[in-house]
Design a protein around this ligand. Structure first.
Ligand SMILES: *Cc1c(COP(=O)(O)O)cnc(C)c1O
Length: 362
């Protein structure tokens, strides 16, 4: 197959060995005589995949039984509502750190479920930076504190989790999940939709501290209650079996290829550094959306001097098999999403192209 280097922000590229294995097993999984898509979610082969997938996440992030891994549908958007529904009562307050498009959308949904307090808001800066701990204005005893570890659209990433004292910290890690180690002990809940870094669309991973499950009210609709998913071992209804199967293969690929998240994180940093160094070398031609200290290792967002040059860049890049580089419509410019599955060779090819393009047109 004639595959391109795919810089799509999501759904995004998957590791080629994962796709190859899925292809090899598509007509018959093991000796099933049927695809994993075609057999019961209560069958022994699928049960093993489900356990393996959840254990893969546990192993990679290194946490124990004090956290539960739930696999839910509805994408990250459903979590924007489910989290305040489950973790706060209507008269409680939740704190939100608003750092970009995704945390702003999460805040909008939270308004419908509980009181909200904005502890920091980057709107006036065009979401080009993240707050230091000293800039956060915390409310008294919030039900939880919410942040987005990597703002996919604006290309800014928290170097580490903000310090929020005793309040359970909730993290939208949709676009940097399993890209680096995370200190889970500082969090109450971390969630990620699969389609950026860990699998196909249709699956969302929610890692929740077990004691927080007690907060969910029995008044909630069954599907929207974390407790139902936990009690049913993430099979409250038919789970997205094929997406879970792919995510399991992705976890195994990370372990085979990198051994763990420390080594993967190092590679991710080096890949990003390659692109940022080209941008800095041609500083009059390329400009980063993010301030230096807030730059994302997953989504490299930058501008060219004009819309004409941006269009030419995208078109000529495509001729070099460098695909899906257009920035989000709300920000414009270029966005190179370089998640776990993007090989170093793809980033090197883009860096060379960027160098050449700036030298020719700058
Ligand atoms: C893509 C994305 C979402 C939205 O995910 P859906 O699965 O489409 O609901 C939310 N947050 C972040 C950080 C994202 O990158």
């Amino acid at each position: 197959a004639n595959r391109v280097f795919n810089f799509s922000a999501g759904p995004a590229g998957l590791p080629e060995p994962v796709l190859q294995q899925a292809q090899a097993e598509l007509l018959s999984y093991g000796d099933c005589g049927a695809s994993i898509m075609e057999i019961s979610h209560r069958s022994e082969p699928f049960k093993q995949i489900l356990d393996s997938a959840r254990n893969g996440i546990r192993t990679l992030l290194g946490f124990g039984d004090d956290f539960e891994v739930l696999l839910i549908q509805g994408g990250s958007r459903l979590q924007f509502s489910m989290i305040p529904m489950n973790l706060a009562s209507r008269d409680q307050t939740a704190d939100y750190i608003v750092t970009g498009a995704w945390s702003a959308k999460a805040l909008e949904e939270a308004h419908r479920e509980c009181n909200v307090h904005i502890s920091w808001n980057g709107t006036d800066n065009g979401f080009d930076r993240l707050p230091g701990n000293e800039a956060l204005i915390r409310s008294e005893d919030p039900a939880f504190a919410y942040y987005c570890s990597n703002e996919t659209i604006h290309g800014i990433q928290f170097p580490e989790a903000p310090d929020y004292g005793a309040a359970p910290l909730v993290c939208d890690a949709s676009s940097d999940f399993l890209s680096r180690p995370v200190d889970l002990q500082r969090h109450g809940l971390i969630y990620a939709c699969a389609q950026k870094n860990i699998g196909p669309a249709g699956l969302t991973v929610v890692i929740i501290r077990r004691d927080l499950l007690e907060r969910s009210s029995d008044e909630l609709p069954g599907y929207l209650n974390f407790k139902s998913h936990s009690a049913a071992n993430s099979m409250y209804n038919t789970p997205p079996t094929f997406a879970i199967y792919i995510m399991d293969l992705v976890c195994k690929w990370i372990i085979n290829e990198y051994g763990g998240l420390d080594s993967l994180a190092k590679t991710n940093r080096e890949k990003a550094e390659l692109l940022y160094s080209v941008i800095d070398r041609h500083a009059g031609f390329y400009s980063c959306h993010a301030q230096t200290a807030s730059r994302s290792n997953m989504n490299v967002v930058f501008r060219l001097p004009s819309d004409e040059l941006t269009a030419a860049f995208i078109e000529q890049a495509a001729d070099h098999s460098l695909a899906s580089l257009a920035g989000h419509r709300s920000v414009g410019g270029i966005r190179a999403s370089i998640y776990n599955a993007m090989p170093r060779a793809g980033v090197e090819a883009l860096a060379r192209f960027m160098d050449d393009f700036a030298s020719t047109n700058g």
